[in-house]
Structures are given as structure tokens and as C-alpha cells.
Design a protein around this ligand. Structure first.
Ligand code: C5P
Length: 389
């Protein structure tokens, strides 16, 4: 158990049906969840399903016989109050300080308690664009509530536009950041490179490697959870709350990374050492070639070494080393050659395309830190604890 308590409010919006999946994600990751619903939300979700998923009673009625003052007891219990979806009606009530049902009473007390409040709106596009709703959202933001913006797309009312509930995975990720973040990290930028580079052969083929990018993504996710300002330059496409700058080749990766400011650069990408000298604009046809086909490869620039040449004093650069023999020796040489502050050494046998890994971190000073075999998610957190002070 991680012993963190999430109080989840559900209000009356058709998007409420998606919240079962959010609860499943919270529970799968060992968060304790209690649910409070507005009366109208019961048109869209079933208390039986909510109780089964959370293993807790569902709170709704402000005036049912009880032994404790529920809205205060729940505020004391929770580490965060997430309202997803929050309707236009509840946004406006919250912004005006109304406490006319159990959910809005809890909100009222929660805002006063200074614990994090996280709101995920969902509504029709014209309601979302209504200046009163916009003003109320701004008012709540100014009072310290965190929001996740609505998505644009097909809406349940049959129209197209802004107003969809944000992606459930992104709501989950942002909840974790609001629980774990150290606000002192908000102004520190962690830049991470992720994935194996793709070096083009022709218009349809490329040379790459078996890197899954899992380690780099796990580091980026934890850096985000801990409150850092995160950006990644990645050969893999996926959805997160932090910016993902998509590249393919080593040259593109160097260009993109060079354009970014950073306090910490974590070079987790598996960069191809070589690229094809003459990339064909068209698909190479085997009909025009005999039984043997030769490709001339030229060396790619060493990205981290190039960037480290202009490193500022307050910047830290962390590289990775993957080898199957003489790992520590090899890592120590690379640390010096590339002018790194830390190098994370991984064994080919444990690192590639797996969920678990074990690593050795070597500091410029020569200090060695061993991290035992663990899930990449836990390894990522431990790496950040060592390299980002
Ligand atoms: O030299 P080697 O590839 O073993 O070094 C690994 C480290 O250097 C990794 O951090 C990798 O991202 C980085 N690297 C790089 N540019 C290259 C090759 C590797 O930045 N061309």
C-alpha cells in the first residue's frame, strides 16, 4: 500500500461513465479511494459498481443519520480531492462558495484546508465556452485549484468541439503529481531522451535497435510526479501531460535537444552509432539488385558529448551505458570521455525489453551506488533521487 487517500467526486455529466476506469487505475496502483457523488450523478453511475470497485460505501446524502460529520471526516481522511467529471453547474457552485449538497460542502471545506483540489471538467462545447463558466474556472484556478483541460472531439450530445473529459490515463498521471510533487522542483527543468533512434535506409525502411524506451519513460514519469518541469525528446509516440518532442534519427535528436534549456539532461535514448550515408528518396526495389546489397554507414555525432561540451556550471548531465562485459570499467571510461556528471550502467541481460532492471550509478567523483533488481518504475525513482539533488 502507498497509504495515499484519494477522495473522488463525481457530478452529473455523461462522461461520468468513464470514471469506473479511473477508479480501477487508482486501485491497481494501491491508492485508497472513497467516492462522493452528487444526487444527479446517480443518473450516470451506479452506487453498486462504485462500492464494488472501491470496497467502500458511496457518499451522497448530506443529511442521512450518521455518527460523524461526514464532510469534515472525509476532508481529514483525504490527501487530495479529485472531481471528475465536474459539471458546469458544480463549477459555478464551487466558485461561489455554495455548500448545498455533500459534494459541494466537502469542496468548501477542502479549499479552506489547503490540500490539493484537482478538477476535470466535461460538458457541451457551448457551455464550456460560456464566459461565466470560463470566469468561474479562472476564479477557481486563481484560488489554487488544479484543472486538466477538456479535450476536443466528438461530444455525447452529438456535436463536435471542446468539452470532452480529459484522457483517463492523463487524469491519473496528474493526480499522482499533485500528491507527490515537491513544489520546489516546479522551476527545475528535466530533459530526457527516450527510445531507439531510427536511421533511414529509404522512404519505407530504417535501421534501429531493441530499446523499448521503458526506462526513459519511467524516469520522465517520476520526474513529473516529483514536480519537475519535464520535457522529453522521444522516438516513441505516447500521451502524457508533459511535452513529448518526437524525433526519429540521431541527427534530429541532437537538433531538438540542443534547442532545449535544462537543469538536468538524462540521456536514456539508445542512439544509433551509425546512419546510412545515402538515404534513397524512393523505396529501393529488390528487382534492380543482385543477391547482395551493401549499405555504407557513417558515424553519428555523439549527442551527449556534443551537448556536454557547452555545459553550464549549474547543469547536470546523466548518461547511460549498456554493455555485456566489463560494464563498470566501460561506464567509467564513458563518464570521463563524455564529460558526464553521472553514468547509469546497465547489463544487456537485464536491461533490454524487460519490466525489471538493476543498475549501478557512477558519480563523477568516483562514488558508486548499486541499485538492486527492481521494477523499472522503482529504479527510475531511485535514479532521480541520486542524480537530481
Ligand atoms: O557510447 P555509448 O553509446 O555506449 O554511450 C551511451 C550514452 O551516450 C547514452 O547515454 C547514449 O544516450 C549516449 N549517446 C549519445 N550519442 C551517441 C551514442 C550514444 O548521446 N551517438
Amino acid at each position: 500500500m502507498n497509504n495515499k487517500n484519494i477522495l473522488l467526486g463525481i457530478t452529473s455529466s455523461i462522461a461520468a461513465y468513464k470514471i469506473y476506469e479511473l477508479i480501477r487505475l487508482y486501485k491497481k496502483n494501491n491508492f485508497n479511494v472513497k467516492v462522493v457523488v452528487s444526487n444527479n450523478a446517480l443518473n450516470f453511475v451506479s452506487p453498486l459498481v462504485l462500492e464494488t470497485l472501491t470496497n467502500e460505501k458511496v457518499y451522497c446524502n448530506q443529511f442521512e443519520p450518521r455518527v460523524e460529520v461526514e464532510h469534515i471526516g472525509l476532508v481529514d481522511w483525504a490527501d487530495i480531492f479529485v472531481i471528475a467529471p465536474i459539471s458546469a453547474n458544480t463549477i459555478s457552485k464551487c466558485a461561489q462558495g455554495f455548500a448545498d449538497n455533500l459534494l459541494t460542502s466537502i469542496f468548501c471545506a477542502f479549499l479552506g484546508s489547503k490540500k490539493p483540489v484537482f478538477l476535470a471538467p466535461a460538458m457541451n462545447k457551448d457551455m464550456y465556452n460560456n464566459p461565466i463558466i470560463k470566469e468561474n474556472i479562472l476564479k477557481l484556478k486563481n484560488m489554487g485549484c488544479d484543472f486538466i483541460d477538456c479535450e476536443t472531439g466528438f461530444l455525447a450530445c452529438g456535436t463536435q468541439g471542446v468539452g470532452r473529459l480529459a484522457d483517463i490515463e492523463l487524469i491519473y498521471q496528474k493526480t499522482k503529481r499533485l500528491i507527490y510533487q515537491n513544489k520546489a522542483n516546479n522551476n527545475k527543468k528535466v530533459l530526457i531522451s527516450v527510445g531507439g533512434t531510427k536511421e533511414k535506409i529509404d522512404s519505407v525502411r530504417y535501421i534501429s535497435n531493441y530499446s523499448s524506451g521503458k526506462m526513459g519513460i519511467a524516469i520522465a514519469d517520476w520526474a513529473y510526479n516529483l514536480g519537475y518541469d519535464v520535457a522529453i525528446v522521444s522516438t516513441i509516440d505516447f500521451k502524457r501531460n508533459y511535452p513529448i518532442l518526437k524525433v526519429d534519427s540521431a541527427i534530429e535528436m541532437l537538433e531538438e535537444l540542443s534547442n532545449q534549456k535544462f537543469d538536468y539532461l538524462i540521456m536514456a535514448a539508445a542512439v544509433g552509432d551509425f546512419r546510412v550515408e545515402d538515404v534513397s528518396e524512393y523505396k529501393i526495389s529488390k528487382e534492380n539488385i543482385g543477391d547482395c546489397f551493401e549499405l555504407k554507414l557513417v558515424k553519428n555525432p555523439d549527442i551527449v558529448k556534443t551537448i556536454a561540451k557547452n555545459k553550464k556550471e549549474n547543469q547536470k548531465i546523466i548518461g547511460f551505458c549498456l554493455a555485456d562485459k566489463e560494464l563498470i570499467n566501460c561506464a567509467q571510461n564513458k563518464l570521463i570521455d563524455k564529460n558526464l556528471d553521472y553514468i547509469v550502467a546497465n547489463d544487456v541481460k537485464t536491461a533490454l525489453n524487460t519490466d525489471k532492471n538493476k543498475v549501478t550509478i557512477i558519480e563523477k567523483s568516483g562514488r558508486i551506488i548499486n541499485i538492486d533488481l527492481d521494477f523499472k518504475d522503482n529504479i527510475a525513482k531511485k535514479i532521480l533521487e541520486v542524480v537530481c539533488d
